[in-house]
Design a protein around this ligand. Structure first.
Ligand SMILES: [Zn+2]
Ligand SMILES: [Zn+2]
Length: 348
């Protein structure tokens, strides 16, 4: 079976490897679709994420769908939770398994991910999906679950009409825009340096879009879009210091600011006096929870969100290395790799 590995020299290489053997409680999966994510981009560009550094060739890919080949769910199409947690610690038992200290996350550190034809993964992490959800959409349930979890941390259900701002309009930012509209916010402001991302945010319901560079984004335009009153809730999804600063400045007194972005230099800074005087609540997001994942499956099946619209490119596993330059340049929004599709017929 073919597997795509990122080597410590930051090059991707295809390898022919043995079919994985499922361990106890695991099933063999035939991977159907894998979404590439900003965190994969960190591995490719920075050689790691925060203090996790690439030391040996790693198979990336944590947003994925598959057909189950063995075990209780054999034959079913599933969305896959990439977080393999212990299930027994205090955090796991309180639906906070995203914070489990024994977590193994697909495509991170020493745990291989889904950019391959076959993989073994715990049956507990498999969520059967209805036929109304395509493979690419099923692969996007994981980032949707991250957005659902971030929305939970921001108490999105309590902000009413808003205003809500989303600083950074990559796929998770766009999904947060959509969730804010579904929650009833009537003013949802999206900021991003790239016009095509803002167009996507508008398609998912952003009522105002602000085009400013992520490393120099300022709060003035966001505040102006709120009529000067500030935002009840701000999601920072860019991972840039300027975006954090602008998020803090654009927040109304007593607001929540949810930091979703991953800073490349592993530092988050902002002006303390601005945050303190407004008594802001800051929340940091660590991936997602099983509860959020279940709700994301429900949202995908309900059709309330047009997940397929996020997909801007589909490539085979063999063609994936060639697509990475465009992915790294953020030319599109969501790139989907389809390991079951032969090369060069998938570029459609
Ligand atoms: Zn991701
Ligand atoms: Zn645990």
């Amino acid at each position: 079976m073919l597997a795509l590995r990122l080597h410590p020299d930051r090059r991707l290489r295809l390898h022919a490897e043995a079919v994985p053997v499922p361990g106890p409680g695991q099933a063999l999966l035939r991977v159907s679709a894998v979404g590439l994510c900003g965190s994969d981009r960190h591995w490719m560009v920075d050689g790691g994420i925060g203090d996790a550094v690439l030391r040996s060739p790693l198979i990336l890919g944590h947003e994925f769908a598959a057909v189950v080949e063995s075990g209780l769910l054999a034959g079913r199409r599933v969305a896959v939770d990439p977080a393999d947690t212990c299930g027994t610690c205090d955090l796991c038992r309180r639906n906070r398994s995203n914070l489990c200290q024994a977590i193994q996350f697909a495509g991170h550190g020493a745990t291989d991910g889904a950019l391959r034809e076959l993989m073994a993964w715990p049956e507990d992490c498999l969520y059967p999906i209805g036929d109304s959800v395509g493979d690419a959409e099923a692969a996007l349930i994981e980032p949707l679950a991250v957005a659902v979890h971030a929305a939970d941390l921001g108490h999105l259900g309590q902000v009413g009409a808003g205003p809500v701002a989303v600083v950074g309009s990559g796929p998770i930012g766009v999904l947060l825009v959509a969730l804010a509209r579904l929650a009833g916010a009537t003013t949802v402001i999206a900021a991003d340096p790239l016009r095509h991302r803002l167009d996507m945010a508008a398609a998912f319901g952003a009522t105002a879009t602000i085009q400013e560079p992520a490393d120099a984004v300022r709060s003035e335009a966001i505040l102006a879009a709120t009529g000067g009153r500030g935002c009840e809730l701000v999601f920072e999804v860019a991972g840039e210091s300027a975006a954090v600063e602008a998020s803090i400045e654009a927040a109304a007194p007593g607001a929540r600011v949810v930091l979703v972005g991953i800073p490349s230099d592993d530092r988050t800074t902002f002006t303390a006096s601005v945050a303190r005087r407004k008594g802001l609540t800051l929340k940091l997001v660590r991936r997602s929870t099983p509860d959020a994942f279940r709700r994301a499956v429900g949202l995908a099946e309900s059709g309330a969100l047009d997940l397929a619209r996020l997909v801007t490119e589909r490539v085979s596993l063999q063609d994936a290395p060639g697509a990475m330059d465009r992915f790294i340049a953020r030319a599109g929004l969501k790139v989907i790799v389809e390991p079951g599709v032969p090369p060069s017929t998938a570029g459609r």
